[in-house]
Design a protein around this ligand. Structure first.
Ligand code: GLA
Length: 401
């Protein structure tokens, strides 16, 4: 079944990007793209050396590029309808709280790693809704890195691209993200979910079930990662590891090393909030492993139950959900044909991911929109997804999706 994506300005992105670029800079660009993602299960585990299970989605960030002689980057964002410019030499670390930070970061990190970056004119057009927890930043970073490598005539292994883009986000955006989003933007495969072990980056493709649709519902509430909640949650986890290490388990290096019962032994003396943060991560790792087994056995009921459990844990222990996300999950739970629902991504707004029987999708979308609008007076966007291909060069005449 072809994917239906409603509410996203998707059609013709590629054609208009080329003509806009030609008009803006007077040259013909090459075009690169990288996908957004939705994480089926395994939230806030990646920066704790844990497991995640994302898919790439067929919403892409496109980056058009042509080389220029001067060692400067000129970039235009079609989404913000704004241009920025910076010298490669003067591009120091630190966030400027501007969309161009992603590109400054990618060029800065590549140069710091000794990868040559040459001057370029660039234009960015992203279909991935910004601030919705669908990996829009990573999509822009990865597509930009590939574009810059191409005009410099260089190559980097995909895993090194993912790592460099994560570093760019840490140093130039200020979000201490894990590797999940950049990884799946590089490695996504059509029709496959990826079970990734973030400790050693070993991964396994798991085919998504044919009779099931992955449906994303967008609350429309924008998340704010960089400044506050996300980095504080990460700090809570690291505080937990330090305390447990000092107190009783000197060998652990990450929450990944704990089991639910070994963590329980620390309940009496760990600060209550830190304990709950750790409990989320430790239990979520177990859920991802169980979900992978369920997917291999086409046991979508079990997969769905694990998704609900994940949502509750993110809501109550990790405290990264919000009223609108909880509402979407509550609505979904009552709809016939739903296997499971949970918030996805960093949280504090953004989207839910739902596993729905193929034949129930239309009704699921209609009821969700109606019920959410009844309570909040706003209609959520609903995207029906398939697992899509990861980043790459967009070759002339290749159908885009
Ligand atoms: C954001 C980060 C990821 C991951 C998720 C939460 O998307 O970029 O690295 O931590 O939040 O699972």
């Amino acid at each position: 079944m072809p994917a239906t994506i409603s509410g996203v300005p998707k059609q013709g992105t590629l054609t208009t990007l080329k003509t806009d670029f030609l008009q803006h800079y007077g040259t013909v660009p090459q075009i690169f793209r990288a996908p957004g993602r939705v994480n089926l299960i395994g939230e806030h585990t990646d920066y704790n050396d844990g497991f995640v299970m994302p898919i790439a989605i067929q919403l892409y960030a496109y980056v058009a590029i042509a080389p220029r002689l001067e060692p400067r980057i000129r970039v235009h964002s079609r989404n913000f309808d704004e241009s920025a410019e910076f010298s490669l030499a003067e591009n120091s670390v630190g966030s400027r709280h501007h969309w161009s930070d992603y590109l400054r970061g990618v060029t800065g990190v590549m140069r710091a790693q000794g990868v040559p970056v040459c001057g370029a004119d660039m234009m960015i057009a992203s279909e991935v809704p910004v601030g919705s927890g669908l990996g829009s930043s990573a999509a822009i970073e990865v597509a930009s890195a590939m574009a810059l490598l191409s005009v410099a005539g260089r190559k980097m292994a995909p895993i090194e691209i993912a790592r460099a883009c994560q570093k760019a986000e840490h140093e130039y955006v200020g979000s201490m993200c894990g590797i999940m989003d950049q990884f799946i933007a590089c490695f996504g495969q059509a029709g496959q979910a990826v079970m990734l072990d973030c400790r050693n980056l070993i991964y396994e493709f798991l085919p998504t079930d044919e009779g099931v649709r992955i449906v994303i519902c967008n609350t429309g509430v924008k998340h704010e990662h960089a400044s506050n909640g996300y980095n504080r949650r990460r700090a809570d986890c690291y505080a937990g590891v330090s305390a447990i290490k000092a107190h009783c388990m000197p060998k652990i290096t990450a929450l990944r090393d704990l089991t639910p019962s070994s963590l329980k032994g620390c309940k009496d003396w760990l600060p209550e909030t830190v304990y709950r943060r750790c409990r989320h991560v430790v239990s979520e790792n177990e859920r991802v492993t169980a979900a992978a087994t369920a997917l291999r056995m086409h046991d979508m009921k079990t997969f769905g139950r694990l998704m609900y459990d994940s949502h509750l844990s993110l809501r109550d222990d990790y405290e990264v959900s919000c009223q609108e996300l909880d509402l979407l999950v509550d609505i979904a739970r009552k709809i016939e044909g739903l296997y499971g629902a949970r918030m996805t991504g960093g949280g504090f707004g953004g989207c839910t991911v739902n596993l729905v029987q193929a034949e129930a999708v239309d009704e699921f979308a209609a009821i969700t929109k109606q019920e959410f609008a009844r309570v909040t007076a706003s209609i959520p966007e609903v995207y029906v997804c398939v697992a899509a291909q990861g980043a790459g060069h967009v070759v002339e005449d290749e159908p885009c999706h």
